[in-house]
Design a protein around this ligand. Structure first.
Ligand SMILES: Nc1ncnc2c1ncn2[C@@H]1O[C@H](COP(=O)(O)OP(=O)(O)OP(=O)(O)O)[C@@H](O)[C@H]1O
Length: 239
């Protein structure tokens, strides 16, 4: 479904000189309909790999494949179907929401950006999706600072779902939340996956949560994948 092949990434330092290798020959493959857990300590390169898989930052060497197609060099319009189908759910979703805009308008923005907004159907679609993330429509009249961390994360999931994606890259998506809110969102994600046949790359430093969510686990350390190289599968998840 979504694959990184032997990806390397070095960040050059403009202050102090030199360079830092964040990823060294990393490979990973997310299969259709599965949850692949990606674990590793802070700074090991998980978010850098996520941003590369999302085609948000350039890679030095290696390839990114989506549905078997090499998308490493795609630009502009050619990337649009991919941009719609592969969505990021970040640790801090606040950055997706304009502080001066009501949440109801922000949440519909991606539909407008992709040119698929239809006034006639948008409201119904939004209300149906809100229900799937267990949110009340009254939230839509509020501003970002007027909702809780759990609510804004569920809104960011709703915002992604409106685009009808195939893949969610969940980068520490519940790490900032307290344990009961985290559990609620994890349950919503499991249900969404079942109903919508989504594939998840579930990134977390929390082994317990990754074990709970994942069909398969891979682990990184200092910019490298541990274990067998291809896919680097370490152990079975969902125990
Ligand atoms: N744009 C950048 N320029 C320079 N160094 C960077 C840049 N982005 C990331 N790094 C460095 O690359 C390394 C990997 O960072 P990354 O954010 O991928 O780690 P991570 O495993 O996601 O960590 P965390 O769990 O704390 O978010 C870190 O040492 C980080 O400081």
């Amino acid at each position: 479904m979504l694959e990184a092949r032997e990806v390397s990434k070095t960040f050059r330092r403009s202050w102090g000189g030199g360079a830092f290798t964040a990823l060294a020959q990393v490979s990973l493959r997310l299969e259709r309909g599965e949850t692949l857990g990606l674990m590793g300590p802070s700074g090991c390169g998980k978010s850098t790999l996520a941003r590369i898989l999302l085609r948000l930052i350039p890679i030095d060497t290696g390839q990114v494949l989506y549905q078997g197609e090499d998308i490493t060099a795609l630009r502009g319009k050619a990337l649009l179907p991919f941009r719609r189908q592969v969505q990021l759910i970040p640790q801090r979703p606040e950055s997706f929401f304009d502080p001066a805009m009501k949440l109801g308008n922000s949440v519909l923005e991606p539909l407008k950006i992709f040119g698929i907004y239809e006034k006639r159907t948008a409201r119904e679609m939004l209300l149906g999706t809100l229900e799937q993330v267990k949110l009340n429509a009254s939230l839509l009249d509020r501003y970002p600072h007027q909702v809780s961390g759990g609510e804004i994360q569920r809104l960011s999931i709703c915002r992604a779902l409106l685009l009808d994606p195939q893949v969610l890259i969940l980068d520490e998506a519940t790490s900032m939340l307290d344990i009961s809110v985290q559990a609620q969102i994890l349950r919503i994600l499991q249900e969404l996956q079942r109903v919508r046949k989504l594939s998840y790359l579930f990134i977390s430093h929390d082994r317990e949560v990754v074990n709970l969510m994942s069909d398969r686990l891979v682990e990184m350390k200092e910019g490298r994948m541990l274990g067998k190289n291809e896919g680097g599968t370490m152990e079975q998840g969902k125990d």
